[in-house]
Design a protein around this ligand. Structure first.
Ligand SMILES: Cc1cc2nc3c(=O)[nH]c(=O)nc-3n(C[C@H](O)[C@H](O)[C@H](O)COP(=O)(O)O)c2cc1C
Length: 379
C-alpha cells in the first residue's frame, strides 16, 4: 500500500565520483556515501521528477519488477531517492534552492559538517604515533632553490604596545576560575565584531566598517555569546547585535557540559568563561558574488575575525583560544539557526589567564618566546 502512494525524487544534494575504479554516490545534505553501479545513475536520472515505483517498473521493463522495487527501496535507504513531503526532501530542496549559486562546489560546506571526533587526550604517545602517517612530516619552511638570496635588515622588534600584544598572543587552554567582567566582554565584542564606522558606496549604499576586513564589505559573520562565567550576566546564549552593540538573549542554555559538547568534548573548554560561536549568513556574500569561489571569502572573513579576537583578547589581558573542532548541528539547533542560510563556522573562547605558578611561567615564556627562541608549547 505504502509503495503505491509514495513518489520519490532524486536528491538534489548529490554528487558522484570514482575512487579506485569504483563508483560512489554521496548525498552531501545527509552525509551518506554508498557505492553503486552505472545502472544506479540511470535509475536516479529517471527519478529527476517525482515518480512512483510502478512508473519505474514500467520504464525499466527489461528488469524484473521485484529487482526494480528493491532498487528503489535501497536508493531511499541510502538517501539517494527522497520520498515526497518527507523532512529530508524538504531539507534537500531548501539547500538546493538557497545554495543554488554555489552548488555543486559549495557542497564541501555540507559534506564536512558534523564530523566525528575522537577524544585522544588520554592516549599514550605510542598510540598517537600509531595513527599518524608513517611518512616524515612535511618541512615547515620552503626554500626556493637557485634563487638569489637578498638579506634583510636584522630582525628587530620595536618595543610598542602593539608588538607586545602580537608577541604575547598564544592559545590558552588553562583558565582562572574568576568571572569575566562585563565591561571587558563588552569591549571585546565591540572591538572584534561591532560596527565601528560606515562606508558609502554608490552601488550598495551604506556598508559597515569593522576592525576586520570583509570581502566586498559584505560582513557575513554573526556572533553568539555563550556566557558561562561573566560577572553581571545571566549564563546563557546571546546574539550580539553588531550595529546597536547589545546582547539579545536566546536561552539560558549554557553549561560547562554544553560548552564541552559544542567543542567536540575538548576538556579545556569546560573551564572557559565565555565562548563565541561564529556563524555566517551566506546570502550577504552570495547575493553579490554568485561564484562558488566566494565561499572561500566567507571562510577567510571568519579567519580575520578570529585573529582580531585573539589579539584584542590578549590586549585586554584575557586568555583566548579558537577551535574548528565543533558540533555544527548541535550548536545550530541551540542557536535557532537553520544551518543552511546561516551556519556555524568557528568557535572562539576566553577565560582569565590561569594564575597557577606553572601557567604564569608559561604565559610569560610565551610573551618572550620570539626574543628567546622557541618554547615548549601545546598543540
Ligand atoms: C583554524 C584553527 C583551528 C584550531 N582548532 C583547534 C582545536 O580544535 N583545538 C585546539 O586545542 N586548538 C585549536 N587551534 C589552535 C592551534 O592548535 C594553535 O594555534 C597551534 O597549536 C599554535 O599555537 P599558538 O596559537 O599558541 O601559536 C586551532 C587553530 C586554528 C587557526
Amino acid at each position: 500500500m505504502r509503495q503505491q502512494a509514495i513518489r520519490w525524487r532524486r536528491a538534489r544534494c548529490l554528487f558522484l565520483y570514482w575512487r579506485d575504479g569504483r563508483l560512489f554516490l554521496h548525498n552531501f545534505a545527509k552525509r551518506l556515501t554508498v557505492s553503486g553501479k552505472p545502472i544506479t545513475c540511470e535509475v536516479l536520472d529517471f527519478f529527476g521528477e517525482w515518480r512512483t515505483h510502478r512508473e519505474a517498473i514500467a520504464h525499466f521493463a527489461d528488469y524484473k519488477p521485484s529487482s526494480v522495487r528493491s532498487a528503489v527501496f535501497d536508493l531511499e535507504k541510502h538517501g539517494l531517492l527522497l520520498p515526497k513531503n518527507s523532512p529530508e526532501a524538504m531539507q534537500d530542496m531548501r539547500i538546493a534552492k538557497e545554495w543554488s549559486a554555489w552548488l555543486p562546489e559549495g557542497s564541501f560546506h555540507f559534506s564536512t559538517k558534523d564530523a566525528a571526533y575522537v577524544d585522544r587526550s588520554n592516549w599514550s604517545l605510542d598510540r598517537l604515533k600509531a595513527v599518524m602517517p608513517k611518512t616524515p612530516q612535511p618541512k615547515f619552511v620552503k626554500t626556493v632553490k637557485g634563487a638569489e638570496k637578498v638579506l634583510l635588515p636584522a630582525r628587530t622588534s620595536v618595543d610598542s604596545e602593539f608588538t607586545r600584544v602580537l608577541m604575547a598572543r598564544k592559545t590558552h587552554r588553562r583558565f582562572s576560575k574568576q568571572k569575566l567582567p562585563l565591561e571587558t566582554l563588552s569591549q571585546l565584542l565591540y572591538l572584534v565584531w561591532g560596527v565601528t564606522g560606515y562606508l558609502y558606496s554608490p552601488r550598495f549604499g551604506k556598508l559597515f566598517h569593522k576592525t576586520s576586513p570583509s570581502g566586498g564589505a559584505r560582513h557575513p559573520g554573526e556572533v553568539y555569546l555563550m556566557a558561562l562565567r561573566v560577572k553581571g550576566l545571566k549564563p546563557g546564549l546571546y546574539h550580539y547585535h553588531t550595529a546597536h552593540h547589545r546582547l539579545e538573549m536566546i536561552s539560558t542554555n549554557a553549561t560547562r557540559e554544553k560548552a564541552w559538547l559544542y567543542c567536540a568534548r575538548q576538556h579545556f573548554v569546560r573551564d572557559a568563561a565565555a565562548l563565541f560561536l561564529m556563524t555566517a549568513v551566506f546570502r550577504r556574500t552570495m547575493w553579490k558574488y554568485q561564484q562558488a569561489r566566494a565561499y572561500r571569502v566567507v571562510l577567510l572573513d571568519a579567519g580575520h575575525l578570529c585573529q582580531t579576537f585573539c589579539l584584542v583578547a590578549t590586549w585586554l589581558g584575557l586568555a583566548p583560544f579558537c577551535t574548528a573542532a565543533l558540533k555544527d548541528t548541535l550548536i545550530e539547533e541551540d542557536l535557532g539557526i537553520d544551518g543552511i542560510r546561516e551556519s556555524v563556522l568557528y568557535v572562539a573562547g576566553i577565560g582569565l589567564p590561569a594564575t597557577s605558578a606553572r601557567a604564569r611561567r608559561q604565559f610569560s615564556r610565551s610573551a618572550d618566546r620570539h626574543a628567546a627562541g622557541p618554547s615548549k608549547g601545546e598543540v
